[in-house]
Design a protein around this ligand. Structure first.
Ligand SMILES: Nc1ncnc2c1ncn2[C@@H]1O[C@H](COP(=O)(O)OP(=O)(O)OP(=O)(O)O)[C@@H](O)[C@H]1O
Length: 751
């Protein structure tokens, strides 16, 4: 497990950096980070405002430094390690959180759980464990607490979701499965990642996972868009083909160099290194003639240095690949460079030779040592490696006459001898030059970026995506948008548009029969916005997307064993999260909220939640897209009428008894659930469905209405109007008189 725990201390004033007394007075920030299996979870406590910040588990970047950069960019601070022993398992960590001194938490543990899960995702084990570690640390160090009394805990007055600079968070994992699949070796399944991943080198595929993190950084997005646009043009398809075939040859230079301990060097490693360097030079030369206004091209042209060319020609001059592969051992070209003499050739090529060297060394060694070998370690050079004897305990025991002890590793002792020094001298030139290449990290980074963007561009061309216009406004416009996954497995996908302006129609309520396409529509909007925010083109004819700061989803909950909450509680949590944490710049997608409980209660909660947004000041209303089968939400007029509300439905047609789904979005509301037709479609026995229809007809209020004579209906209306006309707050109103004189005398008069 790669574990990084760190403690940060405020170092805004130099005095605290120098360990001055004033350090005590600086507010403290304690950070806890846990990384595992390509994911990172983190949290930190800031004693300045007693806030606990937490970040849901998120894909790790290629290096964890990003976290430091992200946080340090905001406030320059110093890190120092948090005790690893503070980190506990998931259950213990959850318990620490539930029993922490948090004054704002409800008293009972069950209520606490509900409260906490509405703020933070309990599906983030790393975050929870880092929180557990942090709470333990706060408890031990008693940050900001002067009192000895152990019942007084470190004050934590509020929680705050932490986001990395410019990152956008997708709340609730439902968008994830189709988006990220993180575990290596895990089957990708049919996912957005799979659609976009046409990368030619491993680094490209790996970086693409990182690309799947949305961002609001316009510079990053534009940089990606301009490269994607360039390759999307049919005029540039040849150059794209050339670059892709070169990218196939790119291998991990540092790993290759690490493997190049000469006694184990494989010919294939040399070949891979040569191909990598040679291809990098070709990529640079190809890119140099492309428009340098494209940022990525400019960086490749400048970043791939001439050293690469030098190393490529050096390898090709020295290594005889042809005889290496026929003889299946490393061979050097004869007579190419007079500086490389017979002896060098032998040394470099023959692992047998190194074995010879080792054997000769062994003759001079202590008789207790029965075996040894010569190895090569980049940056260190050739070393003699011998097994550690049981009698070699203290450092002094490692000394061997005539050898310089270097280090102990994996129960082997490593030494420099006169001969290994000679080997270093003889082979130094080549290794120095090649070693220099490990500095060429930019080759890998930029190649991976190029690979990713070409992959995204290729998917965009194949599936007819469009480049979205991105801006900082609060509008989203998608013309003829499609679902990127469903359109590939559906013979005829019906595209639909989406429009959410700054003020009008920001809250959209979609009704429609089951299977009419409501959920798909919600998801395609979410995915299009998501794709735009990773820099990709989107499946739509036209797109204009204001950068959202979060995508909140409430879809398809299953009861979660890890959290111990029922399906309905999870629904409520997600809704609470969306209501508590969204801003006027967020996108909220809600599918079927409220159906996990009694209909009336579920409906009321749904109406109250939507009304919450509809009653907000216009600038604070997020883009809300909500699908529901509660048709009475609209039929009973439970929502305030405002221009913020827009009603949509998906078109269907009835052909005889059969319901036909047209999947076309239109304004308005669904008039019938067509549940009976859908039940027949699904294969329920006809007699059973008919009985259901009868029962429903009898129960429907409409049935009563049909039997009541019109005159009684008028009478009822009149009575209601009369009652409503009375102002019960008016003290002068005499109710007895009203009933006797105004209402009852007219009892026989239906008006
Ligand atoms: N735009 C579309 N074009 C073609 N087929 C579609 C479209 N939208 C949905 N479908 C098809 O209809 C199926 C059902 O869609 P969806 O799950 O969105 O329905 P729904 O209205 O949300 O149903 P429910 O209310 O029962 O959850 C999809 O699996 C897909 O096969």
């Amino acid at each position: 497990m790669a574990l990084q725990n760190a403690v940060r201390r405020e170092v805004t004033n130099q005095a605290s950096l120098n360990g001055d007394e004033e350090e005590e007075e600086s507010p403290e920030v304690i950070l806890s980070v846990l990384a595992q299996h390509g994911q990172v979870g983190l949290c930190f406590y800031d004693s300045k405002d007693y806030t606990l910040h937490y970040m849901a588990d998120t894909p790790d970047s290629t290096d964890l430094n990003l976290l430091e950069r992200g946080i340090m960019a905001r406030k320059r601070r110093l890190f120092r390690p948090l005790k690893a022993s503070y980190v506990a398992g998931l259950e213990v960590s959850k318990q620490r959180l539930l029993s922490a001194h948090l004054p704002f938490l409800p008293a009972s543990i069950t209520d606490r759980l509900s409260y906490l899960t509405s703020y933070m995702s309990f599906d983030s084990p790393l975050m929870l464990r880092s929180l557990g570690a942090l709470l333990k640390c706060l408890d031990r160090r008693r940050v900001g607490v002067e009192l000895e009394d152990s019942s007084v805990g470190v004050p934590i007055l509020q929680f705050h979701t932490y986001t990395l600079t410019q990152s956008i968070y997708i709340f609730k994992s439902e968008l994830h499965p189709s988006v990220y699949k993180m575990q290596s070796g895990e089957k990708e399944g049919f996912s957005l990642y799979e659609i976009l991943n046409r990368c030619k080198c491993k680094f490209g595929s790996r970086l693409l996972r990182w690309f799947l993190r949305p961002t609001r950084d316009m510079e990053v997005l534009h940089r990606r868009q301009e490269a994607i646009r360039f390759f999307a043009s049919p005029r540039n398809s040849d150059v794209a083909g050339t670059l892709q075939s070169l990218l196939r040859n790119i291998r991990n230079i540092p790993t290759l160099l690490r493997r190049m301990s000469l006694s184990h060097t494989k010919v294939t490693d040399w070949q891979s290194l040569y191909k990598t360097v040679y291809s990098a030079v070709c990529i640079r030369d190809t890119v140099r003639v492309l428009p340098q206004s494209v940022g990525l091209f400019r960086e490749i042209s400048e970043g791939f240095s001439d050293d690469l060319q030098h190393v490529a020609s050096l390898i090709s001059k020295v290594v005889d690949f042809e005889s290496s592969s026929t003889e299946n051992r490393f061979t050097i070209k004869p007579n190419v460079d007079p500086a490389i003499d017979e002896k060098k050739k032998k040394m470099m090529g023959l692992s047998d030779f190194l074995t010879d060297v080792a054997r000769r060394e062994l003759e001079h060694l202590d008789s207790r040592i029965t075996s040894c070998c010569v190895i090569y370690i980049p940056l260190i050079g050739f070393l003699l490696s011998v097994p550690r004897l049981p009698s070699m305990v203290e450092k002094e025991d490692f000394e061997i006459a005539g050898l310089d002890f270097m280090f102990l590793s994996e129960e082997r002792l490593h030494y420099r001898s006169q001969r290994t020094k000679e080997l270093d001298d003889l082979l130094g030139d080549l290794h120095c030059d090649i070693r220099g290449m490990s500095e060429e990290a930019s080759v890998l980074d930029l190649s991976a970026e190029l690979d990713c963007l070409m992959a995204m561009s290729s998917a965009s061309q194949e599936y007819g995506y469009t480049s979205p216009k991105l801006a900082a406004h609060r509008r989203i416009l998608l013309t003829q948008a499609r679902h990127p996954l469903l359109e590939l497995c559906s013979p005829l996908f019906v595209a639909n548009s989406f429009q959410s302006s700054e003020t009008n129609g920001r809250v959209k309520v979609i009704t429609g029969p089951n299977s009419s396409g409501k959920s798909i529509y919600l998801k395609q909007v979410g995915l299009a916005v998501f794709m735009a925010l990773i820099g990709s083109d989107v499946p739509a004819k036209e797109a204009e997307i204001g950068l959202v700061d979060g995508i909140f989803t409430r879809m398809q909950s299953r009861e979660s064993v890890s959290v111990g909450l029922s399906t309905f509680m999870i629904d409520l949590n997600q809704m609470a999260h969306a209501i508590n944490s969204s801003t006027g710049n967020s996108l909220i997608l809600i599918d079927e909220f409220g159906k996990g409980t009694n209909t009336v209660d579920g409906l009321s909660l749904l109406a109250a939640s939507i009304s919450h947004w509809l009653n907000e000041v216009p600038g604070k209303v997020p883009h809300v897209l909500l699908a529901t089968n509660f048709h009475s939400l609209l039929q009973l007029g439970l929502l305030p009428s405002t221009s913020l509300l827009s009603l949509l439905t998906l078109e269907t047609a009835v052909d005889g008894d059969e319901l036909v789904f047209l999947y076309q979005l239109k304004e308005g509301m669904c008039q019938s659930s067509y549940a009976a037709n859908i039940a027949l479609l699904a294969g329920l026995p006809t007699s059973l469905v008919q009985r259901g229809v009868e029962a429903r007809t009898l129960k429907a209020p409409k049935h009563v209405g049909i039997c009541v004579p019109l005159q009684y209906l008028h009478r009822c209306h009149w009575l209601v109007d009369k009652f409503l006309s009375v102002d019960l707050n008016d003290k002068d109103v005499d109710l007895q008189k009203f009933l006797k004189e105004e209402l009852l005398p007219s009892a026989g008069d239906p008006q």
